[in-house]
Design a protein around this ligand. Structure first.
Ligand code: PGA
Ligand code: ZN
Length: 490
């Protein structure tokens, strides 16, 4: 393996240029070495040995560049992954490496990150067994050499990490969820679905970012989507009836009151601008769709509080007021008392540990409290939360931490300490559906993808429908049982 890795230095970006002997190798790397012998079925090296790594710049759902990586292994099997990108990113996340050239994509190009894959990270993992994910990932992290992947970029590292997993799965002929979870991975996650959007994903119409539907009463994943669709449709009708816009935001949720003036449309703007109104609208939509709020479908929030936290206060610009940390905890506690809310994500800012502890002490026994910006899928940050009794659940976003191994480590740590994991997409997404397989393979129990419009979201939902079909009777959808862990009110 070592000689193979050294040999890799003589290859070009895409691994198609040959070693010292100059012999032509096919790009899938089935020939190798100066002796030119076929190694595909060679016992000395597994067929999952990485032969070629190639990255390119593609675009995500906001038309912003991102990194796509292809990894080809010795058998000729190929894996591809596209890296997602957040808008309300946490300060402690792995670095997303952008070119910064103002003349190209307003500085958001990723040509440097692509070059880091093709010239540094790719060569570093050539000859490594893609079937040993932890080894691939350890080499990637070591090659970068910084804590938050600031030298080569978390986006460069993650692309290789995920594509390697896809390549290994393809090589052994398994769907990714089964490759990751073996025969134990069989749980279809409860989706947490964005119906109304605000915050940075909807150009500041309401401050809170997501008003989510959690179909806890559905009997199966596919039934859950029926419920979601019915409520989404009802919400559209409610907004239309009140003269509000039904344009969708970055994650496909409806973004009310984004157009028209009050005098012209007759819309009561505060009805849509106040954060609490959005909660009431969602309950109304659940009822109009014929469901019982809290029983069939419960509510979730992603407050994404970090982005409106300034100088120690929470600035609710839609309501023209600011709240202290204590007032924010009091507000959320009242909402939990008044409404069928069973999950709150980032109710406090990423470094407001006191606020997090207070909220967890207040309502942590009856509502899921998810740390997103707080934990950034990072084992070290999650350990801090566990030690302080902050939150009781963790969002798992692979690009916050940069490798599949690190994301799975966070998931495991969460489990070991009774924190619920929620696998999550980013607001900038693509057709890549890796997280659907990750959620099932890891039996995560919950997934947060956005809404049920926009194809970058549907790529994941539809993959889950395929997996549900494939698992058949072996698959499980636990619905509300996912939450009984700490929701003694359910
Ligand atoms: P982001 O938002 O991808 O823009 O960070 C998603 C979330 O906050 O959960
Ligand atoms: Zn979030």
């Amino acid at each position: 393996m070592q000689s193979e890795r050294m040999d890799s230095r003589f290859r070009g970006n895409d691994g198609t240029k040959r070693g010292k002997d100059g012999t032509q190798r096919v790009s899938d790397g089935t020939k190798r070495g100066s002796d030119g012998t076929q190694r595909v079925n060679d016992n000395a090296e597994p067929s999952t040995t990485i032969r070629r790594v190639h990255a390119r710049e593609v675009l995500d759902s906001r038309g912003v560049p991102t990194v796509e990586v292809d990894v080809t292994v010795a058998s000729g099997a190929r894996g591809r992954a596209i890296v997602p990108s957040g808008a309300s990113t946490g300060r402690h996340e792995a670095l997303e490496f952008r070119d910064g050239d103002p003349d190209r994509y307003q500085g958001k190009g990723v040509r440097h990150a692509v070059r880091h894959v093709n010239e540094v990270l790719g060569p570093a993992v050539l000859g490594v067994d893609a079937g040993c994910q932890h080894e691939v990932d350890a080499i990637l992290v070591d090659t970068d050499g910084t804590a938050n992947l600031t030298r080569l970029g978390g986006n460069a590292v993650l692309g290789v990490s995920l594509a390697a997993a896809h390549a290994a799965a393809a090589c052994v002929g398994l769907p990714l969820y089964r490759y990751l979870g073996g025969s134990l991975g069989r749980e279809l996650p409860v989706p947490m679905v964005n119906i109304l959007s605000g915050g940075l994903h909807a150009r500041g119409i309401v401050d809170f970012q997501d008003f989510l539907l959690i179909p806890v009463g559905a009997q199966s994943f596919s039934d859950a989507l029926v419920m979601v669709r019915n409520v989404y449709h009802a919400m559209g009708k409610i907004l239309t009836a009140r003269g509000a816009s039904t344009l969708v935001a970055d994650e496909g949720g409806l973004a009310p009151a984004s157009g028209g003036s009050e005098s012209r449309t007759g819309v009561n703007r505060t009805e849509f601008y106040a954060n609490e109104s959005a909660v009431r609208l969602l309950i109304e939509a659940i009822e109009q769709a014929g469901y019982h709020p809290g029983e069939d479908a419960a509510l979730g929030l992603d407050v994404a509080a970090t982005h409106f936290y300034q100088d120690g206060r929470y600035r609710l610009s839609a309501e023209s007021r600011t709240l202290s940390s204590e007032e924010m905890v009091a507000l959320l506690t009242r909402w939990v008392d008044d409404y069928p809310i069973i999950s709150i994500e980032d109710g406090l800012a990423e470094d407001d540990w006191d606020g997090w502890q207070a909220l967890t002490a207040q309502v942590g026994n009856r509502v899921q409290l998810i740390g997103d910006d707080l934990f950034v899928t990072n084992v070290r940050r999650l350990q801090m939360g566990i030690a302080r009794g902050a939150a009781n659940a963790v969002l798992v976003k692979v690009n916050q931490v940069g490798t599949l191994t690190a994301a799975i480590a966070t998931l495991r740590l969460a489990r070991a300490h009774g924190y619920l994991p929620v696998v999550s997409a980013r607001s900038g997404e693509t057709e890549d559906a890796t997280i659907a397989d990750l959620a099932v393979g890891a039996n995560a129990g919950q997934i947060k993808i956005g809404s049920i419009t926009r194809s970058e979201r549907l790529a994941k939902y539809n993959q889950l429908l395929r997996i549900e079909e494939e698992l058949g009777a072996y698959g499980v959808y636990r619905g509300r049982k996912v939450f009984t862990h700490f929701l003694d009110t359910l």
